[in-house]
Design a protein around this ligand. Structure first.
Ligand code: UD1
Length: 362
């Protein structure tokens, strides 16, 4: 019997772990344990996803909470080292690019426990982005690198990762999206979000480079106010962003935008899958809008997910007010073609499981 430790911590981790755990459950020579670092701790940012995806109660909860990058990373490392020493796993699986991903990888690598990274190889080439540092460190140390798109392999090979460690498995997040899409209907959220199918835009915004910089956030808010005069915008607000709206006095500027608290997974999917347009600085939403065939304007200078631009519905438009508004008008006139990248097919979890079972049990 081999023991696998899965690590979750922040909101974007849960939808990636769920299909991998489900697929590994069919092997009776594998025992799976779930460790929740507690990087996110609000019910709306973490707890609700465990329930919606039917994940088991975490076997260990580290309760690290919010802090500076160094302190948060160190807290995960200290607590996760004790868990690894206690449970002696044969493999640690990490997903995505959050601080918990990198911290758990560092711990396992130093204890000589093999690490598998789901969503390996993505690069924005922007080291001002904390996630880029997390991706580079995690991929440099991981033993099994599971990539969602062909650019992942190219990036890893260019960085000197041996080819036999890299497996192109596709996008596990799309497994979760396709699983829940039939349940994602607007009537679920009609009491909270007044929206007419295909007639509104969905917005998410939480990158420190956008919302922690007063000038940048003010420019974006001004673009949103302009767009909202043509198309209603629904904006589930991340806690970091909520604080900045208050701090920078942007409540009035966002008057025409419909702000809501963060939504659960199926509620949010109901919102995005029925929207005319997505405006975002999230990585995951660039992928989800591509899978749904809904146009996406990414309010950033770069993306670590170029396949959503070359094959999907995404356009990286920057953060200047006039550029965002121009892109909004342009995408109405020239909607992108709908194509779904290879292996974004709802079967990535089983492919991950096959690779990992082979790695562990031969
Ligand atoms: C983290 C990830 C980011 C991911 C995002 C999704 C890193 C470096 N960043 O960013 O990649 O896209 O999660 O949300 O790992 N807060 C709450 N309740 C919570 C969690 C956070 O109120 O449950 C507030 C706190 O004020 C906290 C702030 O949000 O200081 C930021 O949280 P943190 O986890 O540090 O970073 P995120 O911006 O959420």
């Amino acid at each position: 019997m081999k023991t696998i430790l899965h690590v979750v911590g922040a909101r974007p981790n849960f939808m990636k772990v769920a299909p991998v755990m489900a697929a590994l459950a069919r092997f009776d020579d594998i025992r799976q344990l779930l460790v929740d670092t507690g990087q996110h701790y609000d019910e709306a940012m973490a707890g609700i996803f465990l329930k919606e995806f039917g994940l088991p109660a975490p076997d260990r909860s580290l309760g690290v909470g919010s802090a500076s990058h160094a302190v948060q990373t160190a807290r995960v490392m200290t607590a996760f080292e004790a868990v690894c020493l206690e449970l002696a796993p044969d493999l640690v699986i990490v997903v995505g690019d959050v601080n918990s991903t990198m911290a758990a990888t560092l711990v396992a690598a130093k204890l000589r426990i093999p690490v598998a990274h789901v969503e390996a190889g993505l690069r924005s080439r922007d080291r001002a982005m904390p996630e880029e540092i997390n991706r580079i460190v995690t991929d440099c140390l991981a033993d099994v690198l599971l990539t969602p798109s062909p650019d992942g392999r190219e990036n890893l090979i260019a960085e000197g990762v041996p080819a036999d460690r890299i497996h192109h498995v596709g996008n596990v997040m799309i497994d979760t999206l396709l699983r829940f899409l039939p349940a994602a209907t607007l009537d679920r959220i009609a009491d909270r979000v007044p929206s007419v199918r295909g007639r509104y835009a969905v917005l998410t915004l939480h990158r420190p480079s956008n919302v922690d910089e007063r000038a940048t956030f003010t420019g974006i808010a001004s673009a949103l106010a302009t767009i909202a005069r043509t198309m209603p915008i629904v904006f589930p607000v991340h806690p970091r962003t909520e604080s900045r709206i208050a701090e920078f006095g942007l409540t009035r500027a966002l008057d025409g935008v419909c702000l809501t608290p963060p939504l659960g997974y199926v509620d949010f999917l109901s919102l995005t899958s029925n929207a005319a347009l997505v405006l975002t600085d999230s990585g995951g939403l660039q992928e989800e809008s591509t899978a749904l065939g809904i146009p996406c304007l990414t309010l950033r200078e770069n993306t670590e997910r170029p396949i959503t631009v070359t094959q999907g519905t995404n356009r990286v438009v920057g953060t200047r007010c006039e550029d965002i508004v121009a892109a909004f008008h342009d995408v109405q006139r020239h909607p992108p073609a709908r194509r779904r990248p290879d292996l974004w097919d709802g079967r990535a979890g089983p492919r991950v499981a096959s690779v990992l079972h082979e790695f562990l049990c031969g």
